[in-house]
Ligand binder design. Structure first.
Ligand SMILES: [Zn+2]
Length: 410
């Protein structure tokens, strides 16, 4: 299959390296009625551009199909994320805000989990969130939320209405935006001369080294390295001045940027991280070929482990119906013949079925009411938290399964 041009630089230098197969939309949980209808699927493949170094999805889903009036992910559900955003708000409030009058903007403000904390530091905190249901939750907290996708036109409109921004922040949102050139133009329209932007996204080096292939799904168009992000921003009159690795979502990078001509000096963390990426081979296609081979091995180890346990007559369930679960279950071909159900804490998911694989989703209480033999943790990055929370399961003789880098009982 001929490769498509790179979404960032437009060159024909995109090397496809991983094919996770036909995939439904990760958050498109199904009702019982929908199980009988055809499901939208697309080919989940990634490529590496050897010219601009950006790792990206080769085929993307229209964002309007992903971020809509019944978006299923509410940030505030997770206590871990709540603590994380409290730390981010404090860092921003204490060291980055410099003018009480100038507004700050959060792109993809979801249900306001970060925005409400920022609003305590600056009353002119404005959220930008196109998913109407989550935006409404934030408005009900008294927050200002603009219910649209950020475009250069909207950026100019906001700057005229509320003023230029001393800060633009986005948690796990930059990687969702297919047209990053438009985003850069929007930043240009929004940012004050000494304004700062802060983005946190899953970090490519962590994905590669931890084998976190379940970070790859429809909403994540890009998988950033500091090298690729630096180049992107520099080509739009912006620059990174600090980077900071953070543990959320299984390994993310917090990047701090400003206008190229800002007085802020570029700190050594930027160059150090780029050097580390080069040492790990992220600048050449070979590292990605090796990654894809390891992903395939991981898949086989999971199929073998779950298959053996089923043949022994064990009862297996899945724990946590996150987007990651959709990728793992579909890529590895795991359905209701293997997992009795997937339990999850999100009430809106109860009674629904996992996309593509059609495993029923039940409340977390169902798990404790009749413990199975094994619980496959579909949110591997929360494994420790889940094992601690569910200590009674182990007391009843239950065991957890995790799947990367190789499937094993823990
Ligand atoms: Zn490129």
């Amino acid at each position: 299959m001929p490769s498509k041009p790179c979404r960032i630089c437009g060159d024909d230098t995109l090397h496809p390296f991983l094919d996770l197969g036909e995939m439904p939309i990760a958050n498109a949980f199904l009702t019982a009625d929908q199980l009988r209808q055809p499901e939208y699927k697309f080919r989940l493949r990634t490529g590496f551009c050897s010219h601009c170094l950006m790792v990206q999805l080769i085929d993307v889903v229209d964002p309007k199909m992903l971020f809509h009036d019944h978006y299923a992910y509410y940030s505030s559900i997770s206590r871990v994320m709540d603590r994380h955003f409290a730390g981010l708000a404090e860092l921003i409030g204490e060291s980055l805000l410099y003018d009480r009058e100038l507004p700050l903007y959060e792109i993809g403000s979801n249900d306001g989990i970060l925005l409400e904390k920022l609003a305590r530091w600056n009353p002119n905190a404005v959220g930008i969130e196109p998913s109407t249901n989550v935006a409404e939750v934030a408005r009900n907290k008294g927050l200002t939320v603009v219910g649209e996708f950020l475009t250069p036109a909207l950026a100019n409109e906001l700057a005229a209405k509320y003023g230029r921004a001393q800060l633009v922040v986005g948690g796990n949102v930059l990687c969702h935006i297919p047209d990053l050139k438009e985003l850069a133009k929007s930043l240009d329209g929004l940012l004050d001369e000494e304004g700062v932007f802060v983005f946190e996204d899953p970090y490519l080096l962590e994905i590669v080294t931890q084998l976190a292939y379940d970070q790859i799904y429809d909403e994540h168009v890009y998988y950033f390295s500091v090298s690729s992000l630096s180049r992107l921003f520099e080509s739009h009159g912006l620059r990174l001045f600090r980077v900071q690795p953070i543990p959320v979502h299984g390994g993310s990078m917090r990047v701090f940027g400003c206008r190229a001509g800002s007085r802020r000096p570029t700190e050594s963390s930027v160059g150090d991280q780029i050097e580390l990426e080069q040492e790990n081979g992220l600048g050449a296609p070979e590292a990605y070929t090796v990654f894809a081979e390891r992903v395939a091995q991981s898949r086989q180890s999971l199929i073998d482990l779950l298959g053996n346990l089923k043949r022994e007559g064990k009862r297996l369930i899945g724990y946590a119906a996150a987007s990651k679960a959709t990728v793992i279950l579909n890529y590895c071909g795991i359905g209701p013949e293997t997992l009795e159900y997937v339990c999850d804490t999100t009430p809106t998911k109860h009674g629904l079925f996992t996309p593509g694989t059609h495993v029923p989703i039940v409340p977390i209480e169902t798990f404790a009411a009749d413990y199975p033999d094994y619980a496959f943790v579909l949110a591997w990055n929360h494994l420790k938290e889940i094992v601690e929370k569910e200590s009674a399961f182990a007391s009843h003789g239950g065991k957890f399964i995790t799947h990367i880098p190789t499937a094993r009982v823990v």
